[in-house]
Each structure stands twice: as structure tokens, then as C-alpha cells.
Design a protein around this ligand. Structure first.
Ligand SMILES: Nc1ncnc2c1ncn2[C@@H]1O[C@H](COP(=O)(O)OP(=O)(O)OP(=O)(O)O)[C@@H](O)[C@H]1O
Length: 228
């Protein structure tokens, strides 16, 4: 694990309905720094601002105050175009449901985001296959998502999220929809990818057993991030 900080949130504040009588301050100075190759669990009861935090970290939403740094670069003040570029190249997302494109094969789902970044077809296909091999779904490359099991779908979703070699992985209950055994397989696959690719991963989960197997467990409490 290098000591490079890949993702840093520094004093993030976010309120909804600002300036009205319905104002809710969701984040009140949330800070975290995640190194390359480190997997951090984020445990947050429903409604405490987990999605808000992940959206801000992934540049899908902006904070009212505080800084987001990806690969050491300050994201505040970047043009929308630059933010979109950084989001596409440097951030991978995985959600509770895989959101794979149903009309494309597993491999094509991992190839497409690379083509969008100008990677040659043969190179993209080779990278897609290598990713799938590393998480044990190499034999399923030509199947469409509907022909894959839930655990396979989710492993392919991780491969797709990593297709463009992002620095940061953000996941929201990535095993929340799976039975315990499958959840374990997907979790191990995720950890393999984090270690192999030197990603900084922030993984929201309610599963304390899986959380405890990550490098650190953090809790979102009263709008701040605290050690568990
Ligand atoms: N666009 C919005 N406008 C107003 N309030 C919002 C908006 N989005 C979220 N909130 C409120 O902010 C709080 C945090 O929402 P958020 O979605 O981040 O929670 P969460 O921890 O992800 O919850 P869950 O696990 O249930 O998805 C909630 O009280 C929610 O009602």
C-alpha cells in the first residue's frame, strides 16, 4: 500500500432546502482521507447522509463547503466539463443493483466505458477479460446479465466500475442484495480488485461482519465521520 492519499474529503458540509424552514443539515464537516490500496467501510444508519456523502465524493453533487481532492487534486472550482472528465476516468461506482446494460454481454459491458475513453477495441477487450478472470467470472464473458447469477452480475459490475482504471471506488451496499455466501464471494472479489489495482475504496455497508474485514471502519454520525 503506498502512502498516497487518493481520495480526501475535508470538512464537507451539505444542507438541503437551504434558507427555508425545511432546511436539513446532512453533512456538518465530514472528513476522511483514503490511501491507494485501502478499503474503508462506511457504516451509516439509513437517512444519516450516506448517499449524499458518496455523491459528493464521486462528483455527482457539490458540497456547500469543504474540499474534495482526488489524486491530490482539488475538485472545487473545476469546470463542469473537467469534473465530468475526472468522474468518468478516476471514479468507479457500484450500487446495490448492478445496473448492467441488459442487451450487452458481460464483456461488452466492461468494454463500452473504455471505448468511450478512446481505448482501442482489442485493448479494451483484453483488459475486460483480465478483470473478469481476476474475480472468477472469466468463463461468463459472453453471457448477458440476465444469464448470470446475482453474484456474477455484481462481480461484473465491479469489473465495469474499474474498466477505466479509476483511482477511487465508491460502493453503496454492493452486497446488500445477495445471500451471505454469495455476498462473501463478491466481497472477496472486491478486495482482490482493491489490492491488485491500488484503488482507494469507500464502501457503504450495513454488514458489520464484512465491514470488520476492511482496513478501517468509519461511522457517519451527526454529519461527521468518526472512527468506529
Ligand atoms: N434532494 C433532497 N432534498 C431534500 N432532502 C434530502 C434530499 N436528499 C436527501 N435528503 C435528506 O437528507 C438526509 C440524508 O439523505 P441521504 O440520502 O444522504 O441518506 P442515506 O444515509 O443515504 O439514507 P439511505 O441509506 O436510506 O439511502 C435524509 O434525511 C433525506 O431525507
Amino acid at each position: 500500500m503506498s502512502d498516497m492519499i487518493s481520495l480526501e474529503l475535508d470538512g464537507i458540509e451539505k444542507a438541503y432546502n437551504k434558507g427555508t424552514d425545511k432546511e436539513v443539515a446532512v453533512l456538518r464537516g465530514a472528513s476522511v482521507a483514503i490511501k491507494a490500496g485501502e478499503a474503508v467501510a462506511l457504516v451509516a444508519p439509513s437517512g444519516t447522509g450516506k448517499s449524499t456523502l458518496l455523491h459528493i465524493a464521486g462528483l455527482l453533487d457539490t458540497a456547500d463547503a469543504g474540499a474534495v481532492r482526488i489524486g491530490g487534486e482539488e475538485m472545487t472550482g473545476l469546470s463542469d466539463r473537467r469534473r465530468t472528465g475526472v468522474r468518468r476516468r478516476d471514479v468507479g461506482f457500484v450500487y446495490q443493483f448492478h445496473h448492467l446494460l441488459p442487451e450487452f454481454t458481460a464483456e461488452e459491458n466492461i468494454v463500452l466505458p473504455q471505448l468511450a475513453e478512446g481505448v482501442a477495441q482489442s485493448v479494451a477487450a483484453g483488459h475486460a477479460r483480465a478483470l473478469m478472470e481476476s474475480v472468477g467470472v472469466g468463463g461468463r464473458a459472453d453471457h448477458r446479465p440476465a444469464a448470470l447469477s446475482g453474484g456474477e452480475q455484481q462481480r461484473v459490475a465491479f469489473c465495469r466500475a474499474l474498466a477505466n482504471r479509476p483511482r477511487v471506488l465508491l460502493a453503496d451496499e454492493p452486497t446488500g442484495n445477495l445471500d451471505p455466501e454469495t455476498s462473501d464471494t463478491v466481497f472477496e472479489a472486491m478486495m482482490t480488485l482493491v489490492r491488485e489495482t491500488g484503488l482507494a475504496a469507500l464502501i457503504a455497508t450495513h454488514n458489520m461482519e464484512l465491514a470488520a474485514r476492511m482496513d478501517r471502519v468509519l461511522r457517519l454520525q451527526d454529519g461527521r465521520i468518526v472512527c468506529d
